[in-house]
Ligand binder design. Structure first.
Ligand code: ATP
Ligand code: MG
Ligand code: MG
Length: 354
């Protein structure tokens, strides 16, 4: 039996710990917040900051392999841990994905198209980028953004670039060309230690106020688009010499082009439906990969829609509890706050294609 160390104690860490428990694999989490979602499930909780050196050595000493639930693991921590135990996904996946500039550059170098982009370090850079992209696009902080935070949309009218640049407060940024998309999709893919790659079916994702609201499977895309999305994820996994599960977010542009937005070197919110609609979940696939166990072809037995339960959506839980085909999954967070992900519900339907 193995013990896995997990950096981060949020809902993703919790669901990883649940999947590990099903395989009789123990988990130790490193998370500064005492009352965190994963603490209710993991076998052990080291309460310390992610860059606390003594805690990092304690974590390494307590497990045989280390993984993480978020991409902002400090680079130094990843280096310390990598010297002690295997860390999967590899530290390179962290360093590439932590910065939108290196991430987009890596995607392009892997022959995966992205929106056009420019680094923005000065007000002049922003003015030049606006000029290049016809005044339309998104200014994003290069690091630490999630759920649409640290982003300013420019829609072609007078969007006050001075105020947006000032709001960056000196943080390095990137300006991205605006993509008129028909839909957004994602691919949850996994690579095992032996190089085997398997992909879950692409999901179609709807965001509101920068936060994922629903993932619908199957996505309403052609089989060619679906195959191209999988192929992009495969190239990325190979390029990173990856082990584990990865989520790749893509736009399907109005003109049919497939354009990568970003990737997460971890299990992904748009893959939560897999626990209800597939023979195994993205969480189990990840645990299998990082433990060197065989990966499974993630056959989908049902069509489904996953609804994120964000903030006040909690009021609808009693209704979801009695909805036919609805699997409710709550994260054990004591306090409901606006914009906070509290759980998700996956509603299953019969597969229309048999
Ligand atoms: P996540 O929580 O997924 O990590 P994030 O904060 O990293 O989110 P992005 O995924 O870059 O942010 O953007 C959030 C959403 O904003 C996207 O899913 C998409 O709906 C929209 N968006 C981002 N970039 C663009 C773009 N260049 N053109 C059009 N829409 C965009
Ligand atoms: Mg992101
Ligand atoms: Mg995103």
């Amino acid at each position: 039996m193995k013990t896995i160390g997990i950096i981060g104690g949020g809902q993703l860490g919790r669901m990883l710990a649940m999947a590990a428990a099903r395989l009789s694999i123990r988990t130790v989490i490193l998370e500064p917040q005492e009352d965190c979602p994963a603490a209710q499930v993991a076998n052990r909780h080291i309460v310390a900051a992610y860059d606390d050196e003594a805690a990092l050595f304690e974590l390494a000493g307590a497990c045989e392999v280390i993984t993480y639930e978020f991409e902002n693991v400090p680079e130094k921590s990843a280096a310390i841990l990598s010297g002690e135990r295997p860390v999967y996904p590899p530290a390179r996946a962290l360093s590439v994905s932590q910065d939108r500039l290196t991430e987009k550059t890596f995607l392009n170098d892997s022959d995966i198209a992205t929106a056009g982009f420019r680094a923005v370090d000065t007000a002049e850079d922003l003015a030049a980028a606006l000029e290049t992209f016809g005044g339309r696009g998104v200014l994003k902080t290069r690091r630490f953004g999630y759920d649409g935070k640290g982003q300013w949309v420019f829609d072609g009218s007078d969007n006050n670039p001075e105020a947006a640049f000032a709001a960056l407060d000196g943080a390095p940024a990137i300006f991205e060309e605006w993509i008129d998309f028909d839909r957004e999709i994602s691919v949850i893919a996994a690579r095992g230690m032996d190089g085997t790659i398997v992909c879950f079916d692409p999901a179609e994702n709807v965001h509101r106020e920068g936060i994922l609201r629903t993932s619908t499977v199957p996505a309403n895309v052609s089989s060619q688009t679906g195959a191209a999305a999988r192929a992009a994820a495969e190239r990325l996994l190979i390029g990173l010499d990856y082990v584990g599960v990865l989520g790749l977010e893509l736009f399907v542009a109005r003109d049919g082009r497939l354009i990568a937005n970003e990737f997460a070197p971890r299990v992904h919110n748009s893959g939560h439906w897999t626990e209800a609609a597939c023979v195994l979940s993205q969480f189990e696939q990840h645990i299998r990969a990082v433990c060197g166990l065989p990966l499974i072809d993630p056959v989908r037995h049902s069509d489904c829609v996953m609804h994120n339960i964000v903030g006040d959506d909690m009021e609808r839980i009693p209704q979801w509890m009695t909805t036919e085909g609805a699997l409710v999954h709550l994260y054990g967070k004591a306090e409901t706050r606006a914009g906070r992900k509290m759980g998700h519900v996956t509603v299953l339907e019969k597969r229309r294609d048999g």
